[in-house]
Design a protein around this ligand. Structure first.
Ligand code: GTP
Ligand code: MG
Length: 451
C-alpha cells in the first residue's frame, strides 16, 4: 500500500432526528473503550471523538485484518439537533467524509431524518444508516457489545420477526427518499446499496459491526481524498462560537487540513468583514477531568488535521458558525481574506431584485435553504444569517407584491422589537426548524392565495 504518513483521519458526521441517539452512541463508543482499559485508543476532542484503528479492530474481533487498513482511525462529530448543517460544511464542499444517519427503529423516519438524507445526497457523502434502540423491542434479550448477528440469532422468533418488520419499514422509507438499502451483512456493493446496521447505543450491540462497516467505507471510497498536506497552513470549519469563563469568546473548530500553531495569524469568517486575529491558545479537553474552569482544557502548541480544537483569540465575537478559519502569512493574507469573504458572499445573497427574504441561524443552514428554494424555482431577494430583526420586517412589508412580501426564517428567533413591528404589518412570515416544512408551507400558502 501507499505511504500512509499523510493520510488523515476520516471525519464521520453522526446525524439524525432529535433524540434518536446520536450523543448516546458516541458516549457508548467512548465509554466502553475507557471501561475496557483502552483509554489511549480513544481521544476526546472538542466537539468530536476519535477512535483509533487498533481499538476498532480489537472490538470487531478482526485482529487478523489489522494490516489491511491504512486509515489511522475515525473522527466522529456529533451534530446536535439543529446544528446538522453547520458542521457539514467545509471550503469546497462537505466537511464529513462519511456520515452515520441514526433512526430510532421503533419510531422510524422523522423530519430531520429526511433532511439529513437530502443534505448527504446534495454533497454526495457516502453514509450508512443505523437502526438504533433495538433493545427497546419488546422481549429483547440484550448481549452487551455483541455483534448484531450474534445477538440477533439469540433472540426469540417473535422478537426477530418484530425487528425484521420494523427494519423493512426503514428500507421502504429509504427507497422513498431515493436510496436502495439492505441489511449491512447482505450488501456486497456499498456504492449501490446503503447498508443498515441495527444497533443499541445503550447496550453496545451492533456497534462493532458499525465501526467495521465505516472502516470498510473509508478504505474503499476515501483513500484518495484523505491525502493531505500535514505541514501546510491550517484550515477548518467553525462548529460553535462559545463564551468560556476566563477566556471570552472562543471558537470550536474541526481542523480538516494542515497544521495550526499557537501565534498563527488566522482569518475567520464573520457576518461582516472577515476577522483577522492571532491564535492566543489552542485548547483540547483535559482528559484528567473537569475540576475547575481553568483545568477544563489542556494547552497545546500545535494541532494537525483532522482534529477538533478550541481556539482562544481576540475579537472572535462576530465569528460565524459554519464559516471557514484559515491560517495566513503576510504573503497570502490579502488573498485569504478575499477568499473567506467571497465564500460567505456566495451564500449570503442580496440580489436587490424580487423574491422572498430568508433568515437562517448559520451559514450552513442558509446555504441548504437557498439551495432547496432554488431547486423549487422560488426567487430570493435576500438571504442572510441572523435572527429576524425590526429592519427585516420594515423592508419586507414595504414590498408591494404580496407573494414577495414574505419572510422565511429557518431556526431563527424573532427579536422582541421585530415581533412588535410585525403586528399588523403587511407581510407573511414562515418560521420552522425543518427546511422542507418551510417550503411546503410556503407553497401551500401560495396555492391557496392564488385560488
Ligand atoms: P439530540 O442531540 O437532542 O438531537 O438527541 P440525540 O440524537 O443525541 O439523542 P440522545 O443520545 O440524547 O438520546 C435520547 C434518549 O434516547 C436518551 O434518553 C437516551 O438514553 C435514549 N437512547 C439513545 N439510544 C438508545 C438505545 O439504543 N436504547 C435505549 N433504550 N435508549 C436509547
Ligand atoms: Mg445529542
Amino acid at each position: 500500500m501507499t505511504d500512509n504518513e499523510n493520510l488523515r483521519t476520516p471525519i464521520v458526521c453522526v446525524m439524525g432526528h432529535v433524540d434518536h441517539g446520536k450523543t448516546t452512541l458516541l458516549d457508548r463508543i467512548r465509554g466502553s473503550s475507557v471501561a475496557a482499559g483502552e483509554a489511549g485508543a480513544i481521544t476526546q476532542h472538542i466537539g468530536a471523538t476519535e477512535v483509533m484503528i487498533d481499538s476498532i479492530i480489537e472490538r470487531s474481533g478482526a485482529s487478523g485484518m489489522k494490516n489491511n487498513f491504512i486509515v489511522p482511525g475515525l473522527l466522529f462529530i456529533d451534530t446536535p439537533g439543529h446544528h446538522a448543517f453547520t458542521s457539514l460544511r467545509s471550503r469546497g464542499g462537505a466537511l464529513a467524509d462519511l456520515a452515520v444517519v441514526i433512526v430510532d427503529i421503533n419510531e422510524g423516519f422523522m423530519p430531520q431524518t429526511k433532511e439529513s438524507l437530502q443534505i448527504l445526497k446534495r454533497f454526495k457523502t457516502p453514509f450508512v444508516v443505523v437502526a438504533n434502540k433495538i433493545d427497546r423491542i419488546h422481549g429483547w434479550q440484550p448481549h452487551e457489545n455483541a455483534s448484531f448477528l450474534e445477538t440477533y440469532n439469540k433472540q426469540s422468533e417473535r422478537v426477530r420477526a418484530d425487528l425484521d418488520n420494523k427494519f423493512y419499514e426503514i428500507v421502504g422509507e429509504l427507497y422513498n427518499s431515493g436510496f436502495n438499502s439492505e441489511r449491512y451483512d447482505r450488501v456486497s456493493d456499498f456504492q449501490r446499496n446503503i447498508g443498515i446496521i441495527p444497533i443499541s447505543a445503550v447496550t453496545g450491540e451492533g456497534i462493532p459491526d458499525l465501526l467495521m462497516v465505516l472502516l470498510g467505507l473509508a478504505q474503499k471510497f476515501l483513500e484518495s481524498n484523505l491525502h493531505y498536506n500535514a505541514s501546510g497552513p491550517g484550515e477548518g470549519t467553525i462548529l460553535e462560537v462559545k463564551e468560556e469563563k476566563g477566556l471570552g469568546t472562543t471558537i470550536d473548530i474541526i481542523l480538516y487540513d494542515g497544521t495550526l500553531k499557537k501565534g498563527d495569524t488566522i482569518i475567520v469568517g464573520s457576518l461582516g468583514e472577515p476577522i483577522q486575529t492571532k491564535v492566543r491558545a489552542l485548547l483540547k479537553p483535559n482528559p484528567m477531568g473537569e475540576i475547575s474552569a481553568e483545568e477544563k482544557f489542556q494547552n497545546v502548541e500545535s494541532v494537525t488535521a483532522a482534529i477538533g480544537v478550541k481556539i482562544s483569540a481576540p475579537n472572535l465575537d462576530d465569528a460565524l458558525s459554519g464559516a471557514t478559519v484559515r491560517a495566513a502569512n503576510p504573503e497570502n493574507l490579502e488573498t485569504i481574506v478575499k477568499e473567506v469573504q467571497e465564500e460567505l458572499e456566495e451564500v449570503q445573497i442580496s440580489t436587490g431584485t424580487i423574491g422572498v427574504t430568508l433568515k437562517a441561524d448559520t451559514i450552513g443552514s442558509l446555504e441548504a435553504l437557498v439551495n432547496e428554494l432554488q431547486k423549487e424555482d422560488i426567487p430570493i431577494r435576500k438571504a442572510e444569517v441572523g435572527d429576524i430583526s425590526q429592519r427585516d420586517i420594515i423592508e419586507v412589508s414595504a414590498i408591494e407584491d404580496p407573494f414577495n412580501a414574505v419572510l422565511i426564517g429557518f431556526n431563527v428567533k424573532m427579536l422582541p422589537d421585530a415581533k412588535e413591528k410585525a403586528k399588523g404589518a403587511d407581510l407573511k412570515i414562515f418560521q420552522n426548524d425543518v427546511i422542507y416544512r418551510l417550503i411546503d408551507d410556503y407553497k401551500d400558502w401560495v396555492k391557496e392565495k392564488k385560488e
